[in-house]
Ligand binder design. Sequence first.
Ligand code: IMP
Ligand code: MG
Length: 439
Amino acid sequence: MTSRYRVECRRFNLFFPAQFREANSSIKDALKTHRRDQLIEWIKGLLAVPFVLHSQPTAIFEPLREPAENTALAAQRRYVEIMRDVEELINDHIAHQRAGTHDRSKLKLLVPSVGIFFTPLLLHDAFIYQDTRRFISWRRFVAPSFNDIRLILNTAQVMSLVRSGPLDLVTFDGDVTLYDDGGSFAPDSPLLPRIIDLMRKGTKIGIVTAAGYTVARRYYERLHGLLDAVHDSDLPSTLKANLIVLGGESSYLFKFSEGEPDRLKMVPRDEWLLDEMRMWQESDITELLDLAELALKDCLVSLRLDGQILRKERAVGIIPLPGHKFCREALEETVLVTQKVLELSPVGRRLPFCAFNGGNDVFVDIGDKSWGVRACQHFFHGIDASRTLHVGDQFLSAGANDFKARLACTTAWIASPAETVNLLDEIADLDRLVERKNR
Ligand code: IMP
Ligand code: MG
């Protein structure tokens, strides 16, 4: 598809005057930004330079004068120098944040979409760690990729969190992060012993999912493997109480409860809502969902989607008719249209909402994961953003619901439950290293 796209662009360049091309390419860029992570793309561009200058593709047919090991180490030296420089730029941005001038940092000039950093990122050490697993510096034809950099950023984040003290709270997204899309937490999930290990060390766990159900039974159906394992474990009750579920992004809070048949007990809203959330008016919630429903219905008709509207107490969505699969373009179009309609409405400015592409559905939820994570921090008596990690799979700026968690805490962007397993192993390894050092 990419090469077809390039061919079209070349034809386009031949036939259209420069001014028209410029106007068109800025529209194209504007429409594509929701599918780009500018920080990752920028780092990728920086690493492309040493790759071009120092990788040795001809070595596969011309014997090198240098052993391969030496050329790889020379490339690595250049890569880590760049990562160190980016690390310094982030430290400078953090210094500007403290001074209240983060919009004037050099990093902000270079990557205008960067937000808040709650901790430094140990990018130099993280590159070396990932290089020993992914052999980035050893590659001759494939430059450092988006996924390489996404994983280096995750490692840099957890290195910073673990080295600077205990990790107080980890919040996990559900679908794609803990189990496959639409699946459930199975009793034999490799994540189980790793999450219980975190809980044993005193880390609090929040499952912050978009899945919005008003009754514990529905969450038990999705999370039974985890809930039963915590129930049957030898963890003391005080530690078992450190597991909560926040559903519907930021709408329903359930706490682990040994005595309940579904292992969860709903916590009434007035016991956990943040002060700002108490200001959300029921009339606004209805108005926003009505408007979202209209926009979704329009897309259903104009894009001829084989789906139906699902209206809930705090959400409205389009779900597919049995056996149907929506194409990515239709899902994205629906999210972007609905999001724009809501953003431009007075009620959309009064009330936070989250419109996102769930893989084979589109939902608009009241609130978002920044409120969900903040509610977890508040429930556990005020955990700091710099001691909280949210793990999720949806981090693009529109149509992705984990993105908003970046406003409330540090984050790790994974692409599958297997990557979540690797991330928790990294945390455990780093923990052991820190313990050994402190002994
Ligand atoms: P997450 O990845 O854990 O945030 O879950 C996202 C998925 O939950 C969506 O793709 C939907 O399939 C499902 N879901 C079920 N109920 C709701 C709801 O009320 N709002 C949003 N998503 C929902
Ligand atoms: Mg997800």
